[in-house]
Write a protein that binds this ligand. Structure first.
Ligand code: ZN
Length: 321
């Protein structure tokens, strides 16, 4: 016992308290849950919870007003270092201008001025439950994930890691010192579902609760976490004109995160032929996501990895390590 206690103490990591959080919605203007959660928080003037200051932003107001994913280009693909530093001209798309404004307000990305934690709220038409999506593995993010997963029973809670260097990270959440997207579905674009609204609200409230406990000095125990890591994307079969020739097969539809094995059906052609998966066993997600038709993605495939993470607590004033 003594040894184990000593070991766990050695594995404890202390991190400065987190004092600023941004909660963003409407990055995709037709994903309504985040948009209405943010508007509600703005109505209630929620600007501080305990020691944490909160910024709430409707990030793409024009697309939100129009009820569209975007006006000129996908805002959530604009946050790479290259795009954020590109000069603004008369022909710069609205979303790229907006990305640079958001970077000035919440970042700059990669700087010490950036907000401590940036949470961006999204919906998917895929049956993915509630997912936290992030770029780099970070102890704080994994602890928040475990906290949400342990407390939420109404929905499966999973975590997806995109292994992209931070300079190439294209999503808004990469602007914060830490950040993640909360992606929840299935919900059609332009539609609000109460069950999904409540799930996202609960996840946001639990995140703020975790931050309070963390900042007040609570130690969160380490553990392990299973994360889905993107391996590749699969496009629809297409004809020579680029038109799709098949739909997602009914056996794959709504079966996000169910292991896909070689020989399993993935598409049903409009001529009635079943097309089967060939390759290593992987986990599908974003299956039949509405917004990905234009991106030529029928579904993503991930592998599952297990990560250990240490106990964590907030660094006290004057503490060095
Ligand atoms: Zn989205």
């Amino acid at each position: 016992m003594a040894n184990r206690a000593k070991k766990s103490q050695m594995e404890r990591v202390s991190v400065p308290p987190l004092s600023s959080v941004a909660i963003c919605g409407g990055t995709h203007g037709n994903e309504l849950t985040g948009l209405y959660i943010v508007r509600e928080m703005q109505k209630k003037k929620i600007e501080k919870v305990g020691s944490v200051s909160i910024t709430t932003i409707v990030t793409n107001p024009r697309a939100s007003e129009a009820g569209r994913r975007y006006i000129e280009m996908d805002l959530n693909r604009c946050f790479t270092d290259v795009l954020l530093s590109s000069p603004i001209t008369e022909s710069t798309p609205y979303e790229l201008r907006r990305a640079q404004e958001l970077n000035a307000q919440l970042g700059p990305k990669g700087s010490t001025d950036a907000v401590d934690l940036l949470i961006d709220l999204h919906n998917t038409t895929a049956n993915m439950g509630l997912c936290l999506i992030f770029y780099t593995l970070d102890w704080i993010t994994l602890h928040i994930y475990k906290y949400i997963q342990n407390k939420m029973s109404s929905v499966p809670v999973r975590v997806i890691q995109l292994e992209v260097p931070i300079s190439d990270a294209y999503a808004l959440d990469s602007v914060g010192k830490r950040g993640f997207a909360i992606e929840v579905g299935p919900q059609p674009n332009g539609v609000l579902r109460a069950d999904i609204f409540n799930m996202v609200k609960e996840a946001v409230d639990l995140t703020l609760e975790w931050l309070q406990e963390f900042n007040s000095g609570h130690t969160f125990e380490g553990g392990t976490v299973e994360a889905y890591t993107l391996v590749k994307s699969v496009d629809y079969p297409r004809d020579s004109a680029g038109k799709i020739t098949a739909a997602i097969h009914q056996d794959l539809q709504d079966n996000d995160f169910k292991l896909l094995r070689s020989g399993d059906p993935i598409f049903l052609t409009f001529a009635g032929e079943t097309l089967k998966y060939e390759g290593e066993d992987l986990y599908p997600y974003f299956v039949n996501e509405c917004a990905y038709y234009e991106k030529k993605i029928a579904f993503h495939l991930a592998m599952k990895k297990t990560y250990s993470f240490p106990s964590i607590c907030a660094k006290k004033d004057g503490e060095t390590a």
